[in-house]
Design a protein around this ligand. Structure first.
Ligand SMILES: [Zn+2]
Ligand SMILES: [Zn+2]
Length: 347
């Protein structure tokens, strides 16, 4: 048997017009090239970035492509020169698939900003499949503590949440806002509770379910995206795909505060919200805005180590590979509790 099942993105879609953007296909199992390993995929997380790819906000350069960039599996084979992982070892693959290794960003430990950044599941095939290959230098051992499904969201939602927290320059005792409360934000909340025990977390989320979930995980306050927090906030991380939460977050920032936007692309539906931007109340008093771009390998490995040590166990909801479209549509329609993960059936 040298064929595998995969869910393929064949063309860009308007998700208001279809509920099944990915097509189930049987394709050859890939052969690992030089320095590559072949991974038998066990689980792959579902990320909002897949929606950005499908809807063309960050389109794959070549189609069809297999999406998925939070991949957990076991090494099944190695190409020439791949010596790091024995067969059977459990490894993970993240969004960072390859970089040039020699530009100023790569040399400064900012490989996430490399102009030749190659993304797993967008620029090359990812983990919505039974097998995938990757350069061994871009794979990570997975700590034993986590199940396959639990480990998957650590690789993007967790790693980029970690990067967002670092870019916040959060100090213990401060007030942190999280606007949007999906996979990444819930991991940030768990991480912050342990690293900064005196940080108080305020969560802005549209649904009552997400607000209740945030309170259950230890947020001191949870309200609607448009609410005003009871106190002004030192730092806010935005994980929403929209613009209204950005404007509302700036309103809630205290003087000298910083907003970190953790999104690869923003949707256009509510772009008019930016016209409400008022310099004196939203930007003046030295408020800062910073975006987060991709992840470096050090973000992934540091976060995996931290998640193991604390520990941070993600709340996951599992789906079969064939149910990938349903998982994506639920994400689109903001039916979220924790992280959605595809679990592969190899029978
Ligand atoms: Zn992602
Ligand atoms: Zn580079």
């Amino acid at each position: 048997m040298n064929q595998m099942n995969a869910m393929m993105l064949v063309r860009i879609h308007d998700l208001n017009k279809t509920e099944a953007p990915l097509v189930p296909q049987t394709v050859p199992i890939p052969t690992p090239g030089d320095h590559e390993i072949l991974i038998r995929v066990a689980a792959c997380g579902v990320c909002h970035t897949e929606l950005d790819e499908i809807e063309g906000r960050t389109p794959p350069p070549r189609l069809p492509v297999i999406p998925g960039h939070q991949v957990v599996g076991r090494v099944q084979g190695s190409g020439t020169g791949a010596v790091q992982f024995p067969t059977g070892q459990r490894v993970g693959v993240a969004w960072i698939n390859r970089t040039c290794g020699c530009c100023e960003f790569c040399l400064e430990e900012r490989e996430n900003l490399c102009p030749e950044f190659v993304a797993t599941g967008r620029d090359v095939h990812g983990g919505y499949a039974q097998y995938m290959t990757v350069n061994e230098a871009f794979a990570y051992p997975i700590p034993d503590r986590f199940s396959d499904a639990q480990a998957a969201p650590l690789l993007c939602a967790g790693a980029i949440g970690y990067r967002s927290m670092v870019l916040c320059n959060l100090q213990d005792g401060q007030r942190l806002g999280l606007t949007g409360f999906g996979a990444s934000a819930h991991l940030v909340l768990k991480m912050v509770k342990h690293r900064f025990p005196d940080v108080r977390v305020y969560v802005f989320a549209r649904s009552a379910g997400e607000q209740a979930f945030a309170r259950a995980l230890g947020a001191v306050w949870a309200g609607d995206t448009k609410d005003t927090a009871p106190q002004p906030l030192d730092r806010i991380i935005d994980t929403t795909p929209a613009w209204t939460p950005v404007v509302e977050a700036l309103k809630n920032l205290k003087p000298g505060g910083r907003l970190v936007i953790n999104a690869i692309r923003k949707e256009v539906a509510d772009r008019d919200a930016l016209l409400r931007l008022d310099y004196s109340s939203h930007l003046w008093h030295e408020k800062e805005i910073k975006s987060v771009a991709n992840v470096a390998r050090s973000d992934v490995s540091r976060f995996l180590e931290l998640a193991d040590r604390i520990p941070i166990i993600p709340e996951v909801e599992t789906f079969s590979l064939e149910a990938a479209n349903r998982a994506l549509m639920e994400l689109k329609n903001r039916r979220i509790r924790g992280a959605k993960v595809l679990v592969m059936d190899h029978r």
